[in-house]
Design a binder for this molecule. Structure first.
Ligand code: FES
Length: 187
């Protein structure tokens, strides 16, 4: 006659969990921890290193730029224009109602507070990507005194805003900050 009393077999723990269940759970947990351990270096490799971040930003000393002058720099392999406006160029930009423009923006919108005379834009026409004239001494600045793109005749004003020609939007103002009164970091 068979004994009907339940006894713990080697496959059964005292709380009713089968030993195989326990082994399975333990194996999955170990795999999970192993998975995380593998994942972390992968994620940390995907984050940009300090070297890459440094290469993707540009620091420029703007102290030598005189009013009315501009310099050309490079930001992420593209031309960057940094221009110190004269008081007359600031006044011309501020005299134009932003709402009347194709791509409405004020000079204050496009510069940093306390540095409204320092215009930082990409030197890339927003029509088809030519490099506008106007940053170098003696170059054609167009009908509005800013930049002129000779490819198809886009004219930008002293705030780098599109005023005439086929370009749809203003010259792009990249992300930048003044790290001191005389230095900007772009990107
Ligand atoms: S690329 Fe500048 S006007 Fe066409």
């Amino acid at each position: 006659m068979a004994d009907s009393t339940a006894t713990a077999t080697p496959e059964t723990t005292t709380d009713g969990m089968r030993r195989r269940d326990f082994i399975d759970v333990a194996a999955v947990s170990a795999a999970g921890i192993g998975g995380l351990a593998v994942l972390y270096p992968l994620i940390s490799q995907m984050a940009p290193s300090k070297d890459v971040l440094a290469a993707s930003s540009t620091e420029v000393d703007v102290s030598s730029i005189e009013p009315g002058q501009a310099i050309k720099a490079t930001f992420r392999k593209q031309p960057l224009f940094i221009r110190r406006l004269t008081p007359a160029e600031v006044a011309a930009a501020n005299a134009t109602p932003a709402g009347s423009l194709r791509d409405p923006a004020s000079l204050a919108d496009r510069t940093k507070e306390g540095h409204e005379d320092m215009l930082v834009t990409m030197g890339v026409c927003t029509h088809l990507g030519c490099v506008p004239l106007g940053a170098a001494e003696g170059e054609n600045k167009g009908e509005f005194g800013g930049y002129f793109c000779p490819c198809h005749g886009s004219h930008y004003d002293t705030a780098g805003r599109i005023r005439k020609g086929p370009a749809p939007t203003n010259l792009e103002v990249p992300e930048y900050t003044f790290t001191s009164d005389t230095t900007i970091q772009v990107g």
